[in-house]
Design a protein. Sequence first.
Length: 442
Amino acid sequence: MALENVVEEYMRVRPTSQKLHERAVKVFAADGATARARILDPFRPYITHARGSRKWDVDGNEYIDYIMAHGALILGHCHPAVVQAVQEQMAKGVHYGENHELEVEWAELIKSMMPGTERVEFFSCGQEANLMAIRLARVFTNRRKILRFEENFHGWVDEVVLTPSSPGVIADEVKIIPYDLDRVEKELASGEYAIFMTEGGGAHMGGQIPIDDDFVRALPALSQKYGTVWLLDEVVTSFRDSPGGWQATIGVHPDLTTLGKCVGGGLGVGAIAGRADIMGVFSPKTPPERRIIHTGTWNGNPLTCAAGVAACKLYRSGEVQRKTAQLAAYLRQRGNKALKERAINGRLYSRSIVHLYLGPIDYEPSDDTLPPTKDIRKIMNPAMMPIRIRLGLHLLQRGIATMSGRFFILSAAHTEQDIDQTIQAFGDSLDAMIAEGSLSKA
Ligand SMILES: Cc1ncc(COP(=O)(O)O)c(C=O)c1O
């Protein structure tokens, strides 16, 4: 491949994707994409089908997939148990408009895996669960304010959007502070906060910005002392980090936990798992002035429940998570060797969602789950973004699909051979970028 011509070469072998992109820009305003992560200059490939760790585009190009449905597919594409469960349920009916056994079985599974769960409630997606958690906390505490943490992502609606100063957002009751226990205590002591919310495993896809375990372990006492509900958003990490969620790995029990992604086995879902007294506000026996009415056409729909039950049964033993974590460790180890061999300032780090950092190496952490700097500004340096996007394009052209060159999302369906192939493509992409001048050595 002519190194300076990656865009031309990319387009040359994707003529059908290009035609679809040209149609898409006439219907989808965001440069033809239906979600931000799917925007790319010139365009991302249009996919026809996927299986295991792989997916294929309309022009017949094959990819090792490290997007895995934005993290939802820890079992990989088309896991036979999930496919069978969904196919069987499809034939029985997608929606009865009634209660049914699978929703009970799914909630029982979640309850049995996540210690501290007394009640479960289902939604259509993760942010919907977060929004309801806020409403629950407001009713339960009779307060309005929301305390959040820098760079913690919880969705795009007003109260949860990453940047409350974004156009069109009204989030007067939201305050965002750094991970600082003194600051948390000072804010909570005002007695005005209904809820404070943290992302499980750290900010951005389970830990691009790690969170200190001891910081998290101190939160339950503060929640109790000031009567503020603590929500742990495990939409990404629930059942990815362990059968008990990320919380089980550090031994904490939040008041409320939100779940999503993996818990639905690949179908769209959100859930709240939490304390019975807080979630009691859903009960029709609760006086109307303290009651929440939860509507929702797709809550606990049989098709999603079928996928969720099949997937959660596979998560219970911890084998899926162990295998995924091992593969991620192998990717980090080999990828970091490739970066070091080329004297590139950068590291792959974190857990089963591997993050790429490019920038100054402030120190060598004791293990590669941590980034080589503690400075959030360096990790989020906007100048790093176009370089990673360029890397993402080089990788795509070499058959590796990542989320914007930023995250490599592993599943139990990946293999060591996949990773060897990925590292070859990673090294070739880095070399090509050095040659074209889009990436510099240290
Ligand atoms: C931590 C976290 N919370 C909530 C959400 C929103 O979930 P959903 O896209 O299912 O609404 C996401 C999405 O990536 C997330 O990463």
